[in-house]
Design a protein around this ligand. Sequence first.
Ligand SMILES: [Zn+2]
Length: 444
Amino acid sequence: MSFHSKLAGAAAAIALLTGAASAETVLIQAGTLLAVPGKAPLSQQTLVVTDGKVGAVKAGYLDAAGAGAPAGSRVIDLRDSFVLPGLIDCHVHLTGELGPRSQLAEVQDDPEETVLDGVAYAHRTLMAGFTTVRDLGAPARTGFALRDAINKGEVQGPTILAAGMMVSITAGHGDVNGFSEEVTHALRPESLCNGADDCRRAVREQIRKGADVIKLATTGGVLSNIAAGTGQQMFDDEAKAIVDTAHLMGKKVASHAHAAGGINLALRSGVDSVEHGSYLDAEGIKLLKEKGAYLVPTLLAGYTVVGMAKASTTLTPAQAQKALEVGERMKSSFGNAVKQGVKVAFGTDSGVSHHGENAYEFKLMVEAGMPASDAIKSATVNAADLLDRGTRIGTLEAGKDADIIAVAKSPLEDVTELRRVRFVMRQGTVHKEAGTPVAFIPKT
Ligand SMILES: [Zn+2]
């Protein structure tokens, strides 16, 4: 590490600790720059970053001493790198990670332990090049607390849009299952609802606590420890009440949905995204296009649970059975959706898989038939649009947040390159410098 980059690191650390936006100008010299995913990358460009924002994008390498560079500018040399906007994951669970302890953690861990796990996972996620995530389910207020600490600069992590707790029916994907009756009742989440009025209440509770977005489950889930299948579990009036209440209060809605009945119910009710979409049928594809809703495929979750069902005892028999059924379908439904031209936003369901391995999703998307350029667009331009952040993130243009990452080689040629992110800047602060080891190796 050079003296200059050490200084830069120290400045970044101080800026992080004080929460102060640095007023200095940073010139990022990019060997190749994919400023707007979906368009062609350009070689030998300079990003001018001031106050956490992209001020300008200039052709050629702008030098600190050169014409047009503000006095005192600092140069970050990424002339040997491929530079692109920070990645966005629209479906994570930052405060947990599936493992042999998962079920016990529900009764043994207090929110204090959970939120500290979230601090570690948020850091891994940022180091992997994900500068914004949407957290679609975390216990109590843990997701909101983590989001707020990152916004204050107290914790290093991605920008978070948090849903809080998932709105679900009794015995549904958001219920606590597999415990004694006494324990089940003690743990019963307030985000459970039955009937339209009760579902309006459940949405309002999450918004009162600080939800940026509402998550609901119209079908059963693989990882709920109940042998109730992955079919439709909510009635029309319940789903409609949830979506309308959220939209009335200006919040977007994401629905967990595996079975076609639940996918189509969610879309008829007006959700903004369908998560998983495992048994997507012709009606679902028609509705996705008609409504302009996004599919968030989470292929990595399917891949992970199939592996667990086959090779470990992490999943209970009720979970393993569902995992084997759903995992493969997720991939073929996604391939079909791509062929039909459905809008796709990137999402991994990380927390099922290890945090920090989010970019493995790109490989699965490409294997299922999506071109690498479209997969990258799904994790930048499209994800920003779904999150209603299109004016701030998703591309590197004047006025956008300086959420910038770099890899060694072109991910348009080999999308797995995105698993080896070597440089991360979020809102103008460098969190990972070129030269830092790239691989995160989980312990389990
Ligand atoms: Zn999820």
